[in-house]
Ligand binder design. Structure first.
Ligand SMILES: Nc1nc2c([nH]c(=O)n2[C@H]2C[C@H](O)[C@@H](COP(=O)(O)OP(=O)(O)OP(=O)(O)O)O2)c(=O)[nH]1
Length: 134
């Protein structure tokens, strides 16, 4: 099975988390779900560089992602591929960004994260946030 290494940003502003909704796509089990913005790591870049690049590409959002902001990694098997999902906490001081690739977004309190649907790989992250950051 293919393995995708993906970095994802838990973007926090005033105690709320930015949840971005994916559009349609070929995999029904992730289409239209809310996710932490980010994407696949390219050859030759560090995880932190990759995440900063994705945030800029997808949202025009400039974030200095630091190794010390690492939160957790989830290994998950989807029906068509395996994902290594590596997440970082990113505090931002603005809510301004351009939604270039997603279909909608929500800023949610941590306690409300499960009011939207996430891809299966994201639930361990949501759960750790709810346990450790309330
Ligand atoms: N960015 C992000 N991706 C996630 C999360 N959870 C999750 O299962 N994924 C999956 C969805 C995708 O299969 C993959 C991220 O890839 P991507 O966003 O760079 O690429 P994509 O599949 O949308 O499209 P493409 O660039 O391959 O055309 O990781 C998450 O919280 N954030």
């Amino acid at each position: 099975m293919k393995n995708y290494v993906v970095t994802a940003a838990i973007i926090i502003n005033k105690n709320q988390i930015l949840c971005m909704q994916r559009g349609d796509g070929k995999y029904v089990y992730i289409a239209n779900k809310f996710e932490f913005p980010g994407g696949k790591v390219d050859d030759g870049e560090t995880y932190e560089e990759s995440l900063a690049r994705e945030l800029m590409e997808e949202m025009d959002l400039k974030v200095d992602v630091k190794a010390e902001d690492y939160f957790m990694t989830v290994e998950h098997d989807y029906p068509d591929f395996h994902i290594t999902l590596r997440s970082y906490i990113c505090h931002v001081d603005t809510r301004e960004f351009n939604m270039k690739e997603h279909k909608s977004f929500k800023w949610l309190d941590i306690k409300d994260l499960k009011t939207v649907e996430w891809p299966a790989a994201d639930y361990p992250i949501v759960e750790k946030l709810q346990k450790t950051m309330k």
